[in-house]
Design a binder for this molecule. Structure first.
Ligand SMILES: O=C(O)CCC(=O)C(=O)O
Ligand SMILES: [Fe+2]
Length: 207
């Protein structure tokens, strides 16, 4: 699957990031791609390959009960045309951000996330105390026809004191500066599927 991001979409995201530290695009990914990704996520859930997420750094971290209740599986390139299509789009975005904002983003790490009904992620920052490589967070949602009364909003606490809620509707991408925007996932009354990821800067080699 090959798709390209339009220049106007890329400019909107970059301008928003520069001015406000976050951006919301309700039509980031084509419906065909999000439905394939949702189908793949559902298959992985059914096969039992998603595992309870930890809250520390890296792939092998302790599960801390009570902080978050999503199940995740990390993406690798070459697993499916849909995943590769998604990674290609995010790489286009990475290159565009670097060209305009000089953030020096070197890669994008990403996982499927599944929040069962009642699932949540308490207020947090995506940057770890001992690892500042995560610079920009990007989440693509995979849920058709999401209604506000079903809950599941991503709640962002912005620098100007405003609080914004984002519905996890299929095709919506939310992007924000990982170190600057505390956020939480509110419980929902239905399954909540997404692809969550982080553009990273080069580390200093200590970790
Ligand atoms: O799914 C979301 O809306 C955000 C998830 C999140 O904050 C995280 O995985 O760090
Ligand atoms: Fe987060």
């Amino acid at each position: 699957m090959t798709t390209d991001l339009s220049d106007s979409l890329l400019s909107r995201i970059i301008d928003d990031l520069a001015e406000f530290g976050w951006s919301l695009q309700t039509q980031f990914a084509p419906a065909s791609l999000t439905s394939e990704l949702a189908e793949e996520c559902r298959q992985r859930i059914a096969q039992g390959t998603l595992a309870p997420a930890g809250t520390g750094r890296g792939h092998a971290v302790a599960v801390r009960e009570g902080t978050r209740s999503d199940h995740i599986q990390w993406l690798e390139a070459g697993q499916s045309p849909a995943c590769d299509g998604y990674l290609q789009l995010l790489d286009e975005l990475r290159v565009a951000i670097n060209q305009s904002l000089y953030l020096g983003l070197v890669d994008y790490e990403s996982h499927f996330a599944f929040y069962p009904p009642g699932g949540f992620y308490l207020k947090h920052l995506d940057r770890f105390r001992d690892d500042d490589r995560r610079a920009v967070s990007a989440v693509l949602y995979l849920n058709d026809d999401w209604q506000a009364e079903e809950g599941g909003q991503l709640r962002l606490y912005l620098a100007d004191g405003q609080v914004r809620d984002v519905l996890p509707e299929a095709g919506t991408l939310v992007v924000f500066l990982s170190a600057d925007v505390p956020h939480e996932v509110l419980p929902a009354t239905r399954d909540r599927l997404s692809l969550t990821g982080w553009f990273r800067r080069r580390g200093d080699g200590v970790f």
